[in-house]
Design a protein around this ligand. Structure first.
Ligand SMILES: Cc1cc2nc3c(=O)[nH]c(=O)nc-3n(C[C@H](O)[C@H](O)[C@H](O)COP(=O)(O)O)c2cc1C
Length: 187
């Protein structure tokens, strides 16, 4: 297959679009976050790459906690707004209905059917972004997105992001059973 070199700033794989919630004094602040992944099994750790210039970076460090909220495509405009505008300039706390779980400084978005509460356990500093390592303390899921007690992507309809084309996508069809389909080759 013939290939073209597109340079070093390329990472096309779909990412989740989430809203990272923090507490800014008395109000909640939310930023759009695509650079998020699970990084450890036990304890359950995730990593979020947050630019050093964002208000969110300052607030995660200050509070030592944050939330991860998984929006569906139906609130895409509000999600995009949270990724365009800083809490330093605009109050983003009124965009969503907010509630709290176990942690006092990890605001959860009621309109998101799935939310995680995290405690900051480590920071890996890089040139422009910091990788915040968070331990998942609690997860909250709406009954309607569950199948057999587990989040069902088809029901959640999460928003995905591709860069550098900067598009939002929804999840397609389920195509196979993970940790299972490859067993056919183990003869
Ligand atoms: C879809 C989308 C995904 C984004 N993902 C990230 C990300 O993973 N890391 C990051 O530092 N900024 C990301 N941003 C940019 C921030 O969300 C944006 O700069 C935001 O205004 C920061 O808000 P704050 O200053 O209130 O923290 C993203 C923006 C969009 C639109």
């Amino acid at each position: 297959m013939e290939k073209t070199n597109l340079g070093s700033n390329l990472f096309i794989y779909p990412m989740p679009v989430t809203l990272l919630g923090t507490k800014n004094g008395e109000i909640a602040n939310f930023m759009a976050l695509g650079w998020l992944t699970r990084v450890n099994a036990n304890p359950p750790l995730l990593a979020a790459g947050v630019n050093k210039a964002h208000l969110t970076n300052e607030l995660v460090r200050k509070n030592g906690t944050f939330s991860i909220n998984y929006p569906s495509a139906n609130i895409m405009e509000k999600v995009d707004y949270c990724g365009l505008v800083s809490g330093r300039k605009k109050d983003k706390s009124q965009l969503f209905k907010v509630e709290y779980g176990e942690l006092e400084t990890a605001p959860l978005i009621k309109e998101c059917a799935l939310s995680l509460e995290c405690e900051l356990v480590d920071i890996y500093e890089m040139a422009t972004n910091d990788l915040f390592i968070g331990q998942i303390i609690a997860s909250h899921a709406a009954e309607e997105i569950l199948t057999d007690g587990k989040p069902d992507m088809g029901k959640l309809n999460p928003l995905l992001l591709t860069m550098p084309d900067n598009h939002y996508w929804s999840v397609g069809e389920k195509v196979g059973e993970a940790w299972s389909i490859g067993r056919k080759l183990d003869k």
